[in-house]
Design a protein around this ligand. Structure first.
Ligand SMILES: Nc1ncnc2c1ncn2[C@@H]1O[C@H](COP(=O)(O)OP(=O)(O)OP(=O)(O)O)[C@@H](O)[C@H]1O
Ligand SMILES: [Mg+2]
Length: 512
């Protein structure tokens, strides 16, 4: 009965049926119930945020709406008519288009070619000239230039995600499903994307937005639905709730664990864990991304690197772990020169690395947690003892609260945040002497993110390893760091000890 009530209420409030109504949807996987009798609506012209802790069922719900998964039970109505969405093609026919976190474009083709191909695949025929004009006009409107004739491999992540959004518009999307599609964008560009979706909604489009940032949801969404353990906790209008209310809906009693207080400062040891001197590193586009950076990180110390994405942080981190060539300058690990050593040579020396995209740099998704541990020589001493690997996997699953049916389940079956937990927990093991991290908590819910920061901090203070964390999230940097270096245009433009940190000053240096 309650299901119908929600449905009718939405119906009458707008005098129109919701664009999408989900009634009593359930979906089980071997070993987990992803969705349990979910009722939910998306109204015309609204931005609807879908929130919930890692593994709550958000992506599963989106995949059902996009025809990737078929629900075990329940019904979907589009504008009041029962719909059977059994493929993305059918979803698109009904006006529902998904944009995921990872761009689905073909690198060797140009932007226009990609879009035409994407349209043809779903039976949309259009003229090349029209598509090129559309790309030029729209990208100018958004404020992120994209040349329709550039090959996709030359584009930044932001440009690729914009192309994905343009593809959705060309497919005539009425409902955009954004599964953390905006999460990984640099802060400034995120704002432009939010404006884009607001404009889309103001013209009658609807957006389902998944994010882990409560304040973002409150800023941009009209209504918020929270999922927990596959069930709807509630749907609330943005104007009626505070961040704390939403947090309580998401985490129940665990919401009290959320804190942004600075974690206790660790006492650095005498020895330098990492010495970087006059480092120059190339970026992806043929110019220097890191320009003469010098830094010394003590053992036992956590140094945060603050900065807006694209100012050399990523390239610096990649050069340290051997993923990017150093043009000039030196990197020393406890006095040993490791400049331009291979990744495996660096890692075998006890260097852990947390990238922000586990699938790209860290984990093999086809393999299980156990296998992802066993594949690291620095953890196995070259001889794999499966008994101890199994124990280790169990320990990590417990400590990091990794939601998985078993240590033998292929990692690709875990939720995005749980995949990240596997990577973080493994790298904390690898990091016997140094940990370098780039946006280590972006895919994590707030409670988990804070847990991870505590683990990192504890590792530095109890085991005395050096930790270098670059993050665009200034709250994260302020919470975790003993010292903070600010990067801008490839250079370190300021270093602060935690006692003298002034947020405003750091922000000024980030954008100057
Ligand atoms: N293809 C699959 N096979 C088996 N289990 C799955 C599959 N897809 C999802 N699950 C399980 O369903 C549950 C919900 O996962 P889902 O990806 O929907 O979570 P989520 O809310 O998107 O989390 P996150 O914030 O981490 O992305 C998890 O326990 C996950 O392991
Ligand atoms: Mg997800």
């Amino acid at each position: 009965m309650t299901l119908l009530k929600t449905y009718n209420k939405d119906f009458s409030s707008k005098n129109k049926p919701p664009v999408v109504s989900v009634i009593g949807i359930s979906k089980k996987f071997p070993g987990s119930i992803a969705l349990d009798s979910v009722d939910f609506t998306i109204l015309e012209g609204e931005i609807h945020a879908l929130l919930g802790e890692n593994g709550a069922g958000k992506s599963t719900l989106v995949k059902i709406l996009y025809g990737i998964y078929v629900p075990d039970r329940g019904e979907i109505y589009i504008r009041g008519r029962k719909a059977r969405i059994n493929s993305p093609k059918e979803a698109i026919r009904q006006g529902i288009v998904m944009v995921s976190q990872v761009p689905q474009l073909i690198d060797k083709l140009t932007v226009a070619e990609n879009l035409i191909l994407g349209l043809e695949k779903y039976g949309f025929i259009t003229r090349v000239g029209k598509v090129r004009y559309f790309i030029r006009e729209k990208s100018r409107e958004v404020g992120i230039e994209v040349d329709p004739d550039t090959e996709v491999w030359k584009l930044s992540y932001t440009q690729k995600q914009l192309v994905e959004l343009l593809r959705a518009l060309l497919l005539n999307a009425k409902v955009l499903l954004l599964d953390e599609a905006i999460t990984f964008l640099p802060l400034i560009e995120k704002k432009k994307f939010y404006k884009f979706i607001r404009d889309f909604a103001s013209k009658g489009g609807s957006v389902l937005l998944i994010t882990h940032k409560i304040y973002e949801a409150l800023e941009v969404a009209d209504r918020i639905t929270v999922l927990r353990l596959g069930r709807v906790v509630g749907t609330v209008p943005r104007s009626k709730v505070s961040p704390d209310d939403v947090r309580k809906m998401m985490f129940a009693e665990r919401s009290s664990q959320v804190t942004y207080e600075r974690l206790p400062i660790s006492t650095p040891r005498e020895s330098a864990a990492l010495e970087i001197s006059d480092l120059w590193v190339m970026g992806d586009h043929g110019d220097h991304a890191v320009r003469g950076v010098s830094l010394t990180l003590r053992a036992g110390e956590v140094m945060g690197i603050a900065g807006i994405a694209g100012n050399g942080q990523k390239e610096l981190i990649q050069a340290i772990v051997g993923l990017r060539r150093v043009e000039k300058g030196r990197i020393r690990l406890y006095s040993e020169d490791i400049t331009n050593r291979s990744v495996s040579k660096v890692r075998i020396r006890g260097v852990g690395y947390i990238p922000d995209q586990p699938a790209k740099y860290g984990l093999s998704l086809e393999n299980s947690i156990e296998e992802n541990l066993a594949m690291l020589p620095s953890l196995t001493n070259r001889l794999i003892n499966w008994g101890s690997i199994r124990d280790l996997a169990r320990k990590l699953i417990k400590e990091f609260n990794i939601m998985t049916p078993s240590p033998k389940t292929p990692v690709k079956f875990l939720s995005g945040g749980n995949i990240m937990k596997v990577l973080v927990s493994r790298e904390l093991l690898v990091a016997r002497r140094l940990l370098v991290a780039y946006n280590p908590t972006r895919a994590l819910d707030e409670v988990t993110a804070i847990m991870v920061r505590k683990f990192i901090k504890e590792k530095a203070s109890t085991e005395g390893i050096g930790v270098l964390v670059a993050s665009e999230d200034l709250d994260e940097i302020l919470q975790i760091s003993d010292r903070i270096a600010v990067m801008n245009s490839g250079r370190v433009v300021g270093v602060f000890s935690s006692s003298e940190v002034v947020r405003d000053e750091i922000e000024k240096l980030m954008v100057m």
